[in-house]
Design a protein around this ligand. Structure first.
Ligand SMILES: NC(=[NH2+])NCCC[C@H](N)C(=O)O
Length: 504
């Protein structure tokens, strides 16, 4: 251990050694190919299936494709940094563990707390996407009065997403593994459906739909002002972030969600046979594959339907999806096929997020920053207590919150984590230059600095409301650290027992 108080760090060697503690140990059996499939499995989800249409309709118009390119570039830069640290510090918890070794305990806690936000809220957000498509299917079978949301006393509750979260949580607690064979099947279906959308959709493109490519900024009530507008448009004195340049940027910050998941690949480093080589390959390979799919899909969808048709202003926000573009042309069988693909495909995304969440909380409680009892594994080798906690939180979020509000919260949390990770790469090159690295980011510090800049840029293009919530979440985290983790962490207790060591 080095450093004192909230700056104390946990050495990389120690972090690796900790994962061999009996009773809190995970199995090591994944390869680069598993990780690539895993990356595509978790990335292709609610983002491409629901956000593409909604972003075109509500924020960016046909320029949604540019929004995907911008977000993809940002993720590529951050992915390089993620790959370096994952190959340097191959232990569960990833960004969290990494910062424990570089920035010290306080920032590690902050990043861990931030990952908790990312994973649990993302699991809720993707469940909502699943529920939207489930409804589409149920309506096509049982007729228009079926809905996955019920209203009582002015509150609407989404039973579809709650059902999914609870079912998956039970499976995870029983020790169900997301076997790579099952992942490959589901991922194949999902990718085939996306290819199908692109291939069939091309036939319905009307070039006129691409003009205006960036629709003029909306005015008055439609502009989405106040807390619903992006922080950047507010600071720049704009009236809102619907269409126009501000809309495009806000769109990029929103569709960023569709790329998330490569960071989770990093959290499995502890279970990878050869993390030094395989983690970077898995991260970058899967990111490249989905970027191509997303940009093609958004070009096609924007060409199939006038963007005004995709606006959700008049209806519940979820209703505009990839299936909508086919319904618009009366090709209902294609719309149903897309819905089936989404209902099958989004299941694994939520499952992986719940697993990622479980791992981060597991690592944090192993370090004593959260009650250590949480990390106890049950008879089936799964952390039962962590699972129950996660299910309650995710279940409530999925049942009662709006999809885009959840997505934005995920984005702000993740972007913040990316900023810290990218900064961490620079710090680690200086402070511990000799650590073996399976993968090195080229042109350090240029790439990490660019990554930081782009991520901050996307952050300020999120809505004011999201920023307020994020600040609140972080404030709660800081309070928990000073009330609990600072005194109770494993390192803090050791420091008390051997004061000499702490002063090292
Ligand atoms: N690590 C994350 N935040 N993952 C969220 C996964 C979201 C996924 N890209 C989707 O579009 O559904």
């Amino acid at each position: 251990m080095a450093g004192n108080g909230i700056l104390r760090t946990k050495s990389v060697e120690r972090s690796i050694a900790d994962t061999d503690e009996p009773g809190t140990r995970l199995r090591r059996n994944l390869s680069a190919w598993d990780l690539t499939v895993f990356g595509v499995t978790v990335m292709v989800g609610a983002g491409i299936f629901t956000l593409t249409a909604r972003t075109a309709g509500d924020l960016a118009g046909p320029s949604v494709a540019i929004a995907f390119v911008l977000a993809g570039v940002a993720c590529g830069l951050a992915a390089l940094c993620y790959a370096e640290f994952a190959s340097t510090v191959p232990v569960a918890g990833s960004a969290y563990t990494f910062s424990y070794a570089t920035f010290g305990e306080f920032l590690a806690w902050i990043i861990g707390w931030d990952l908790v936000l990312e994973f649990s809220v993302a699991a809720a957000a993707v469940s909502k996407g699943w529920s939207i498509y489930l409804e589409e299917l149920l309506v096509s079978i049982f007729g228009a009065n079926v809905s996955t949301t019920i209203e009582f006393g002015g509150i609407s509750a989404d039973w579809g997403s709650l059902l999914l979260v609870v079912t998956l949580a039970v499976l995870l607690t029983l020790g169900t593994k997301l076997s790579s064979r099952f992942s490959i099947v589901v991922t194949t279906i999902k990718v085939l459906i996306i290819l199908f959308v692109i291939a069939l959709g091309i036939a319905y493109i009307t070039p006129d739909n691409y003009t205006p490519f960036i629709p003029p900024a909306a005015e008055g009530e439609d502009a989405g002002g106040g807390v619903e507008q992006s922080l950047f448009s507010l600071l720049a004195g704009g009236s809102g972030s619907v269409y126009g340049g501000f809309g495009l940027l806000a769109g990029a910050s929103l569709v960023f969600f569709a790329f998330l998941g490569f960071d989770i690949v990093a959290t499995t480093a502890e279970e990878t046979r050869n993390p030094q080589r395989d983690v970077p390959r898995g991260i970058l390979g899967s990111l490249a594959i989905v970027t191509v799919l997303y940009v093609a899909t958004s070009v096609v969808i924007a060409g199939m339907v006038p963007y005004q048709e995709l606006s959700t202003a008049a209806e519940p926000e979820g209703r505009k999806t990839l299936a909508t573009a086919f319904s618009y042309h009366g090709v209902d069988w294609a719309a149903h096929l897309v819905s089936i693909g989404a209902v099958v495909g989004l299941i694994t995304v939520v499952m992986v997020l719940l697993l990622g969440q479980q791992r981060v909380l597991f690592a944090m409680s192993r370090d004593g920053l959260l009650p250590r009892g949480l990390a106890k594994t049950g008879r089936r080798g799964t952390p039962v207590r962590v699972n129950v906690l996660v299910t309650v939180v995710v279940g409530v979020a999925a049942t009662f919150f709006d999809a885009s509000q959840l997505e934005e919260m995920v984005n702000v949390g993740t972007l913040f984590a990316f900023v810290l990770v990218s900064a961490g790469v620079i710090v680690l090159r200086k402070k511990r230059p000799d650590l073996p690295r399976g993968f090195r980011v080229p042109w350090v510090p240029v790439i990490p600095i660019l990554a930081i800049g782009v991520c901050l840029w996307l952050m300020v293009n999120l809505t004011v409301l999201t920023w307020l919530r994020f600040v609140l979440w972080m404030a709660i985290g800081v309070a928990i650290y000073f009330l609990y983790g600072m005194r109770r962490s494993v390192l803090a207790r050791e420091a008390k027992e051997t004061p000499a060591d702490a002063a090292e």
